[in-house]
Design a protein around this ligand. Structure first.
Ligand code: KIV
Length: 263
């Protein structure tokens, strides 16, 4: 059966209709399938892959080639949700041509349907140029993990004027939605009320048009989880117990048994 894929027009309609949007990260085939089958609107191939999958301490080491590699897998795995792939640092800062070339490669080589890029109002021209090239762009303001060293850590961003200006600039430049990361709930409420595009919050309180989380945080696979996450499962403990039982069974020579022995 053919399933219609979520499009950027559906995101706009959700804001109009007051329907909460959902987005979750995925990085590979199993997480891409899980995310898509959960019924979320968007699957994000986040540059958080550098931390969550590769164990790095920031998203800065993620490369264009890595985002293309993971994006291509997730775009095949997720056949219904809108698949968004992150533009890795520092490609949105290297001029319009580099940004368009990089986003075009991500769309052509992965099959993803949109890109997300972190930026302040200073990136508005770049967003407008990518959108003019026919590539849907999701903005990302507030705590911008690619700027962690400049921001002095993974901390709440409280400058409401700047947050509002950055979100407005993304909307005016033609972004299809904007992620608000780690900002006060009241600031997110104000931004959501004044920008015409959907806001998708992470650590930004309940007043956004939608919510996004890192899948590994949500299901309990991450080592350290931010305070704004609610754990909906404990996959790490369940997996550790399964591995311990399997090892014990092998050591006691009860695995494999007759049921797992071929011929
Ligand atoms: O890279 C990522 O996972 C993200 C989300 C935290 C929004 O940008």
């Amino acid at each position: 059966m053919h399933v219609r894929r979520v499009t950027v027009r559906d995101l706009a309609a959700a804001k109009r209709d007051g329907r909460p949007l959902t987005m979750v990260t995925a990085y590979d085939w199993p997480t891409g399938r899980l995310a898509d089958e959960s019924g979320v609107d968007c699957v994000l191939v986040g540059d958080s892959v550098a931390m969550v999958v590769a164990g790095r301490t920031s998203t800065i080491p993620a490369t264009l080639e890595q985002m293309i590699y993971h994006g291509e897998i997730v775009a095949r795995a997720a056949t219904r949700a809108l698949v968004v792939v992150d533009l890795p640092f520092p490609l949105q800062h290297l001029g319009v041509r580099t940004a368009i070339e990089s986003c075009a490669r991500m769309l052509k080589e992965t099959g993803c349907q949109a890109v997300k890029l972190e930026g302040t109002a200073g990136q508005a021209e770049v967003i407008a140029a990518i959108v003019a090239a026919g590539i849907p762009v999701m903005g990302h303001v507030g705590l911008r993990p690619q700027a962690v060293h400049q921001l002095g850590g993974y901390r709440m961003q409280r400058d409401v004027e700047q947050l509002l200006g950055d979100a407005r600039a993304a909307a005016d430049a033609g972004a299809c939605a904007v992620v608000l990361e780690c900002i006060p709930a009241e600031a997110a409420r104000e931004i959501t009320a004044v920008v015409g595009i959907p806001t998708i919050g992470i650590g930004a309180g309940p007043h956004c048009d939608g919510q996004v989380l890192v899948m590994h945080d949500l299901v309990g696979l991450s080592d350290r989880v931010p305070k704004f996450v609610r754990g909906y499962a404990d996959v790490k403990t369940a997996s550790a117990e399964a591995l311990a039982r399997w090892r014990a069974d092998v050591e006691r020579r009860v695995f494999p048994g007759p049921a797992e022995t071929l011929g």
